[in-house]
Write a protein that binds this ligand. Structure first.
Ligand code: GDP
Ligand code: MG
Length: 275
């Protein structure tokens, strides 16, 4: 799809994880953008599950709906022309239609032209005054879209509101959550179709050691022993790969030397207690 890729490339650094698998984003991620024209709070939302039968997808759908109904000033509705329009897509459109705010339609992945379902999305042009064909990944045509965003957003004089300019954190998640997300992303990228949806990651400890190394203790939770074995892999190879890939990115993101102590645990109920 590309919502999270879009946000990362607008912000200029990774704030939200991405993967080729649908439903990678599990909760709304807020990130703050600023340039000479002003400041914007972006909210990256998960998608919508067509069939929300388990407790996790129910929670995800609810949080997406809540974000959509929150006090947003503008909606960027992103569609992926390389994907056939389906039931989930219609559901999302139904939600977007109900939001009484300026809307921008972003048709993503214009860098891919081999396979297109664009005709299935053409009818949207009548509903949206502002349509941009973009490539979130290749950063194509993002500027005209952002110009439109600034044009449509209401003007808020921050100095008037607070006396001086507020200092924003870049994003709404703490470091434990962000590191857990980076680990979870590696599971999405390195495991097959079904495992990512049965797993999550938890960070229990981040400690600066005297030797200058940051020690991170984290767990990947999955729902049964079979999945746990697949995550560990033959001779522990898979978990090693996931850990090493995650460690490198955490080190890069934090500019610190990282020791990542990563284990896999079976917890059949994690979906009920997390998120
Ligand atoms: N070719 C191409 N791939 C993209 C583009 N935008 C996103 N992707 C890929 O599509 C997949 C899903 O992206 P993601 O941002 O996680 O989608 P989300 O589920 O909407 O947040 C990832 O593998 C991205 O690299 C794009 O403009 N062009
Ligand atoms: Mg996403």
């Amino acid at each position: 799809m590309g919502k999270s890729t879009f946000l990362n490339n607008i912000i200029g650094q990774k704030v939200t994880i991405t993967s080729p698998k649908p439903q990678t984003t599990r909760f709304p991620i807020q990130a703050y953008y600023e340039d000479e024209r002003g400041t914007i709070f972006f909210v990256d939302t998960p998608g919508i599950f067509g069939k929300a039968e388990d407790s996790l997808s129910k929670k995800i759908n609810a949080s997406t709906l809540k974000t959509a109904n929150a006090n947003v000033d503008l909606v960027i509705y992103m569609v992926d022309h390389t994907r056939r329009r389906d039931f989930e897509e219609s559901k999302v459109l139904g939600i977007v239609r109900k939001i009484d705010r300026p809307k921008i339609l972003a048709i993503n992945k214009v860098d891919l032209q081999e396979k297109t379902f664009l005709p299935q999305y053409e009818f949207l042009r009548d509903e949206f005054d502002n349509v941009f064909k973009i490539s979130a990944l290749k950063k194509q045509h993002l500027k005209p879209l952002m110009d439109k965003v600034f044009e449509l957003l209401p003007e808020v004089d921050e100095k008037k509101q607070t006396g001086e300019k507020p200092i924003y954190p870049l994003m709404n998640v703490d470091s434990n959550t962000f590191i857990a997300e980076l680990i979870r992303e590696k599971v999405y990228l390195m495991m097959g179709e079904e495992i990512p949806y049965t797993t999550t990651a938890v960070v229990d400890e981040i400690t600066e050691r005297k030797n200058g190394i940051t020690y991170i203790k984290a767990r990947i939770l999955t729902i049964n022993v079979r999945y746990k074995q697949m995550l560990i892999g033959a001779g522990g190879r898979k978990i090693k790969e996931i850990g090493s890939y995650a460690r490198k990115e955490i080190a890069l993101a934090t500019a610190k030397k990282i020791y990542l102590d990563l284990t896999i645990e079976v917890d059949p109920h994690w979906q009920e207690v997390l998120y």
